[in-house]
Design a binder for this molecule. Sequence first.
Ligand SMILES: Nc1nc2c(c(=O)[nH]1)N[C@H]1C(S)=C(S)[C@@H](COP(=O)(O)OP(=O)(O)OC[C@H]3O[C@@H](n4cnc5c(=O)[nH]c(N)nc54)[C@H](O)[C@@H]3O)O[C@H]1N2
Ligand SMILES: Nc1nc2c(c(=O)[nH]1)N[C@H]1C(S)=C(S)[C@@H](COP(=O)(O)OP(=O)(O)OC[C@H]3O[C@@H](n4cnc5c(=O)[nH]c(N)nc54)[C@H](O)[C@@H]3O)O[C@H]1N2
Ligand SMILES: [Mo]
Length: 760
Amino acid sequence: MEAPVGPAPGGPPESHPYHHPAAGWGAAKSVTKFLAREGTYVDGPRAVLRMNHEDGGFDCPGCAWPDDLKGLRLDICENGIKHVTWEMTRKRVGREFFAAHSVSELSRWSDFALEDQGRLTEPMVYDAATDHYVPISWKDAFELAGRTLRELDDPNQASFYTSGRLGNEATFLYQLMARELGTNNMPDCSNMCHEASGRALYTALGTSKGTVDLKDWETTDALFILGVNAASNAPRMLTALAEAYKRGAQIVHINPLVEAAATRTIIPHDFADMALFHSTRTSTLNLQPRIGGDMALLRGLAKAVLEQEKTDPKAVDHEFIKRYTAGFEDYRALCEATTWEEIERQSEVPRADILKAARVYGDADRSIVSWCLGVTQHEHGVDTVREIVNLLLLRGNLGREGAGPSPVRGHSNVQGNRTCGINHRPDESFLDRLGEVCGFEPPRARGMDTVATIEAMHRGEVKVFVAMGGNFAMAAPDTPYTFEGLRACELTVQVSTKLNRSHLVHGRQALILPCLGRTEKDHQRTGVQSTSVEDSMSMVHLSVGMKRPASSHLLSEPAVIAGMARAALPDSATPWEWYVEDYDRIRDTMAQVLDGFEDFNRRVRLPLGFRIRQPARELVFLTPSGRAEFSVAPLPDVIPAPGTLALGTMRSHDQWNTTIYSDNDRYRGIRNLRTLVFMNTDDMRERGIEQFDPVDITSTARDGSTRSLHGYLAVPYDIPRGCAAGYMPEMNVLCAIGDYSTQSDQPIMKHLKVTVDRAS
Ligand SMILES: Nc1nc2c(c(=O)[nH]1)N[C@H]1C(S)=C(S)[C@@H](COP(=O)(O)OP(=O)(O)OC[C@H]3O[C@@H](n4cnc5c(=O)[nH]c(N)nc54)[C@H](O)[C@@H]3O)O[C@H]1N2
Ligand SMILES: Nc1nc2c(c(=O)[nH]1)N[C@H]1C(S)=C(S)[C@@H](COP(=O)(O)OP(=O)(O)OC[C@H]3O[C@@H](n4cnc5c(=O)[nH]c(N)nc54)[C@H](O)[C@@H]3O)O[C@H]1N2
Ligand SMILES: [Mo]
């Protein structure tokens, strides 16, 4: 990649151990600086006071952690504030901007500089003759998109991407448009995120979501947190962890890196603690498996529980297993056959430490296991999530208060997108209902996901690419390959709030369609509209924007979709315009199509919204056997070959996916540096590498092809031998398009096979 991702560093790189609690004053200071830079000193704090409120306000567009059930408490976080103010910036990108800068020129700008220009204000179309984006009316933009879609030989030559911001009502219209056109090609950011969790939970429990809610977090005896950097990526989890600690709950963190959430925190809304610098611990035990070693570690926990049962029959909940599960005896045999030696070797955690965690699990009446990308973005992501379920089933940790699986979802509405129909592998029953209620015959063939879409672009089989939000060019694996795919398209359409790389890496024809953000007032014919979103714990509630839109030319996402749909489907029986006049009408249709959405309009207006029915939570398993299924997968071999390292790509504290706020990563003690690789000191010494030495990183894909990054700086870090870590999206260059999990089709972004050498 030619252009840098982050801003120009504010000084020489620094790396210091971080000794302060997570959140607290460090966070407060960072927020103040950020508000000043965005020019939103007054609006920012005012907006934040209206966020996640039980009597209205908008849903934080940041992460998907649920709102505090106690309602009015001001449960906000540093990164949520940054995220909101990023959208509310006073800076604007208008037609003058595009007239002044050609696409070739902008392509040399950093990703930071692109987004830093502010909010997009009017629809633009690419003019190849001048290499500039020029203004286009909404009507002409819809006609261009509609005509190109109409003229395709086959609707499967179009692919419709969703980034997890999109509200439920827009989501429903979007999938309806794609399916009326005749395709299930609906890649989404979930394909890179929690696809593995969904598939594993669906097969094991018949529900593709977690079963617990915040009340369970408040009553559990033991929390096991795997592969999530909560202090940065789900900061409001810190509150739950601190409160659990104060109650005497055990908190076990399982992560190759000891992240800030695994130490201590000052809860920002606890003003007394803030004033007195009083911090609370957020961990009782930290285990550091090697990258990919979680499954072996989980197997070790299960093995220990089964061994304990020999002297203490209550260690295993036989009553539960007999009544509700299938496959226990096979699983027991598998655990017995897996040796401690293999478990230790594959996990890189000593048996004594695994036994400590097993004792926590065995002593707890109620346990929750929570996880994020450290578990999913691997070849064996599905098997590992199923191993989590195996472990929970052993002690009946399901279907009762304080117990169960709890995946931490990413984007604020990524879970809602799936619920409302964004799925390239839709259920027959969903399609039947959709067809019946909306009066058309939906396509039945499976569609393409993210990786399949990029490959099909290369073959010339996907010609039109529409993205509802996100930054596909940077988020997807194998950056140069993804760029080529996008450039091979006939038309690319990006519906966005801010300028990003995906606008510059475009098809022969290209549209930028600017839309309202979640903080903004959405006025339609019948008045101000609200949209609904679903959090990580299946709570659905309304979000109402209250800011004046960034420009009078912006349309809401439902309006953009309806405009495109009408142009692409002139004979459609769907009342697209009527839907947009009043989103209650969309919700009434959704209530007829979607499971658990009956009486949607009334229930979504309850003070905290409503929780979607969770059959597994009620011990109803919609699996073929009608029972919760144990799995019996062999342990994968995750030990790096001699001379190689397993590299995980992850986020810094100061970024939102492809949006980079600064070159700092406060909790990991890094300043002014993103092009780095964290390494174990022994691995560095073996290679003759010192701190901040420039290194070359080369990945070897399954097909034997290699990809390299040059001049990255090595940073010694407390990480197991054989492991390395660095930042996405830069490191997507190293992730080959073919290196996706055969279990989930997810790119294996946490497990790249690399060599690291001193720069030549
Ligand atoms: N501020 C902020 N918040 C965000 C986001 C953001 O970019 N910025 N992104 C949002 C999105 S879309 C998502 S999906 C989530 C992502 O949230 P996370 O899953 O926390 O995201 P990552 O930064 O990828 O971090 C993954 C964690 O996994 C650990 N890890 C790496 N490999 C392994 C392994 O093999 N085993 C285990 N146990 N751990 C491992 C890393 O050390 C790191 O702590 O956050 C959401 N929230
Ligand atoms: N190597 C590596 N790659 C990864 C990951 C990893 O861990 N490692 N993580 C993966 C994961 S989990 C995810 S979720 C993806 C993220 O993939 P995406 O969701 O595609 O990327 P984002 O960076 O979240 O998208 C940011 C853009 O969204 C637009 N936007 C913001 N708000 C709105 C809005 O309200 N409406 C609309 N229409 N547009 C809006 C803005 O234009 C902004 O530039 O990246 C994936 N890529
Ligand atoms: Mo994500």
